[in-house]
Design a protein around this ligand. Sequence first.
Ligand SMILES: [Zn+2]
Ligand SMILES: [Zn+2]
Length: 152
Amino acid sequence: MMRRIIVSTIGNVTLQSDENGLVTLQCDRCKSKFKMDCEYLNDTSDTEICCPICGIANSIDTFWPEEAVEAASKVAMMEVEELFANAFKGLNSKHIKIKQKSVNTVDRNIIFKNKDYDMEEVIVYCCEKKIALMPNDISAGYYCPYCGRIVK
Ligand SMILES: [Zn+2]
Ligand SMILES: [Zn+2]
């Protein structure tokens, strides 16, 4: 079941879950990638989640994957450019000539298809939910991203 989580208010940057309803996130601190239940994230958008690798809790918007952050800032930049272009439109007269390069309209709907990072799915029994981690991280031990308990 494909689900989506909208992670950005700038435009409409969306992360898409994999076929098991898990969506890829990335910790801002340790850069580890992991997957969490998309439905849970949609329901609790203002709650903190816990990085399964470094164990530090933070708000969900610090867990966007790098590529989503990049796209969101690109959209923001283009929106500013568009704004400027529109503001200068009225200034063209016989005295003032402003050359205007054409500004592409911004595509505000960016959807990140879930990439396969070779993660392994595990169930965290404290919360009875699925997560996915890189195999190395599983063997090294990890925290439950839902409640922050040490799983292993
Ligand atoms: Zn981390
Ligand atoms: Zn838990």
